[in-house]
Design a protein around this ligand. Sequence first.
Ligand SMILES: *Cc1c(COP(=O)(O)O)cnc(C)c1O
Length: 218
Amino acid sequence: MTLSTIEDRITKAAEKAGRPRADITLIAVSKVQPLDRVAHVLDQGHRCFGENKVQEASGKWPEFAKHYTDIDLHLIGPLQSNKTRNAMQLFDAIHTVDRPKLAQTIARIAQEEGRCPDLFIQVNTGEEDQKSGVLPAETDDFVTECRALDLPLRGLMCIPPVDEEPSLHFALLAKLAARNGLTGLSMGMSGDFESAIALGATHIRVGSAIFGERVAQG
Ligand SMILES: *Cc1c(COP(=O)(O)O)cnc(C)c1O
């Protein structure tokens, strides 16, 4: 598949949902992809990308930024506290704020640096042991805590369990966001972004459908 095919499918899904196309941001997930494939998507004018590892992103994006302006880079993978400053310098948005300690570290560094990326709280909607994110029942309190720290909170993010119907998780995330007055919903990947759009996604994270299968899973 190609970028333009995905763009068409987004436009159709938005129309079907009666939503403005402009309310949906396509994050092209470039983790582990060969650099020439990433450059090809940049050459087509796309500027919003997602990476799941700080170190991997540091290795390629400062270089791309020398050749392409206005790159909008999103961290969509877990963030270790000791990499927070690097991440905040490199990324325009962080989708994986998942614990009070990390929120506090981000708040402290934001004070020091005088800037902070847009933030999303990751919610473990499937309550899976191996997955990061706050539990649905903890979400309201954690939103309150992030707001008390004056963090620029944009919305919520989830990664549904692989073996469950994703729309149930998208609907739950939308409900949690709405009752906390949050408008951003980071949800939907290659296999399910259309149903995510139907349920209100504002940020879809699409990797393999744009770039092809990843050589190694990241
Ligand atoms: C890799 C990844 C994606 C993209 O997955 P695809 O199925 O290739 O679209 C989306 N979100 C997160 C958090 C990821 O790690």
